[in-house]
Design a protein around this ligand. Structure first.
Ligand code: G4P
Length: 525
């Protein structure tokens, strides 16, 4: 194997996703502890906006500062380089998470055993399914009374539309939780809070009478029945299916008690995919190609308003990225080189000389990058699949300080490049509409415009149900549509046509009247 092939095969780049409170932060922290990336729990924990402080900007600022440091957390484990990409837990920043998911090779979904599949989990998994991202499910909080394991698997299958295959199986629950049987390694893992990862015993045959000795009669009987049902109902684990995103292994555990985490991590490094090939508009790019290429999936502004620099996070997709080397910024058609590319290893920043596919590097940027930008050694490539999703909330944005209109325009432009929210400009009157996934995004935008650009804005309500991108092979029909609906048409920041439907009824009737036109709810089509 060549050096680059070796480096690629070692990489495991993934994200942990969950509905808030399911245990994403706790699990991430335990993974980092097992990986030796942090020494004590609590290092990641502070990277959260508390639910009670949705409007507390100090909290948001703090979060931004910390989340730069925890954007990518890496460690070596079992000869693998594990890169965890952090995603904001707050649902109002779900768009950030969607974008981060374009830069991973697999995900771990955390589900709270008592709450089951929640709304945010459904949305995030849907985004993963669109790309067939391989998914491992971790059912958390087994130390609490929760749903029956089979019911939960049914719920995962129906709500998340995943085929599942349990690789561990719980014994008891809540205060009677005894541990899990690991079907992947044929081990019995007995729950022992306060230990590093429970008491693990080799246990090839669950029918052995030894089982009763360890867990007692009734739990042993239940476990055997459970295992029998699993074998008859669920498919056997097949790595190929998992890698194609067609089969999701499920583990049960309790992150806060260190339980079930190590066995999932051990399995993860073994089965999870190394960096995958990426489809660009031009061609498929494979990670082991000699020439470097990558794309920016996230931009982080400096918190200090006196220094307007930002950090652009680049996912390396092929070849070897090198410090101080000239690369082509494809959209700008300019050569650029980076003297201080940085990795973020759990709160420690380090300058990197070389990075490989699957790695994320932070590039200091004075405003040259937009989300989705591609860097290459010279080839014209455009990475695909960093969609914007049709926002859920809309407001007009207006200038509240006529002396600062330039600053406002610049601020809006740069913050949109950073992906803080989406901007639509109405065709007939040029009014600017901000679209978001959550209320907090409006507040962040207003706050940052004021603090970083010295501009003031105010919002005005707008009656809008959906903004969707429209396309058609029939140019005449498209023209007719935009003409007829002119007061409901807008452009996004890439100058694409967007139809603004005020009500579900308007959208339905527009679709009926113009069957030749496609209405898209995300921007990559
Ligand atoms: P999130 O990032 O998905 O939002 O969840 P987070 O890890 O912050 O966990 C949410 C709450 O669930 C935390 O409690 C955490 O301690 C708890 N938790 C995580 N894993 C388990 C588990 O296996 N069992 C039980 N019983 N609880 C678990 P909190 O009270 O909100 O915060 P804290 O004060 O404990 O930090």
């Amino acid at each position: 194997m060549s050096k680059i092939e070796q480096e690629i095969s070692k990489r495991r780049t993934f994200a942990v996703i969950a509905h808030p409170d399911a245990g994403k932060t706790t699990l991430t922290e335990k993974l980092l502890l097992f990986g030796g990336a942090i020494q004590v729990a609590g290092a990641v924990k502070s990277n959260k906006i508390k639910k009670s402080t949705t409007s507390d900007f100090m909290e948001i600022e703090k979060q931004r500062g910390i989340s730069v440091a925890t954007s990518v957390m890496g460690f070596e484990y079992a000869d693998c380089q594990v890169n965890i990409l952090d995603t904001p837990g707050h649902k109002d920043f779900a768009e950030d998470t969607y974008r981060t998911l374009t830069a991973v090779d697999s995900v771990i979904v955390v589900i709270d055993v008592a709450k089951g599949v929640e709304e945010q989990t459904e949305k995030l998994v849907e985004v993963c399914r669109m790309r067939d991202t391989p998914i491992i499910v971790f059912v958390n909080k087994m130390d609490r009374v929760g749903k029956d394991a089979f019911d939960l698997l049914d719920e995962i299958e129906s709500k998340l539309k995943l085929s599942v295959c349990p690789l561990s199986w719980p014994i008891g629950e809540g205060s009677d939780f005894k541990g899990v049987y690991n079907l992947y390694e044929h081990k019995l893992n007995l729950f022992a809070p306060g230990t590093k990862y429970g008491n693990v015993l080799e246990f090839e045959d669950p029918n052995s009478p030894e089982l009763e000795k360890h867990i007692g009669e009734r739990p042993a009987k239940e476990l055997r029945v459970g295992l029998e049902t699993i074998t008859s109902v669920y498919p056997e684990f097949d790595r190929e299916y998992y890698l194609e995103g067609q089969l999701s292994p499920v583990f049960f555990g309790s992150a806060v008690n260190n339980f079930g985490v190590k066995e999932m991590l051990d399995c993860f490094v073994e089965i999870a995919p190394p960096p995958h090939a990426y489809q660009t508009e031009e061609r498929l790019v494979k990670p082991d190609e000699e020439k470097f290429s990558g794309f920016v999936f996230k931009i982080h502004a400096n918190m200090d308003p006196r220094h307007r620099d930002r950090i652009a996070f680049l996912r390396i997709c092929s070849g070897t990225f090198q410090r101080n080397t000239n690369y082509l910024h494809v959209r700008k058609g300019q050569k650029m080189k980076f003297s201080n590319p940085t990795t973020f290893m759990a709160s420690k920043k380090e300058v990197v000389d070389e990075a490989y596919p699957g790695d994320i590097v932070g590039l200091y940027d004075a405003g040259n990058f937009k989300i989705g930008d591609t860097l290459t050694e010279g080839e014209i490539l455009h990475y695909k699949g960093i969609p914007s999703f049709s926002p859920e909330l809309f407001q007009y944005i207006e200038n509240a300080d006529p002396m600062k209109s330039k600053q406002l325009a610049k601020g809006i432009e740069q913050l949109m490049d950073e992906g803080v929210a989406q901007l639509f400009i109405r065709n007939h009157n040029g009014r600017k509409i901000i679209g978001t996934v959550g209320q907090l995004q409006f507040e962040v935008l207003q706050h940052r415009l004021e603090n970083e650009y010295g501009a003031k804005c105010r919002y005005e309500p707008i009656q809008l149900f959906k903004a969707c991108w429209i396309t058609s092979d029939n140019k005449a029909k498209l023209d007719e549509f935009t003409r007829k609906k002119t007061s409901f048409m807008a452009k996004d920041k890439e100058n694409r046509d967007v139809y603004l439907a005020e009500t579900p009824w308007m959208l339905d009737s527009a679709r009926q009247d113009f069957p030749e036109i496609q209405f898209h709810f995300k921007s990559d089509f």
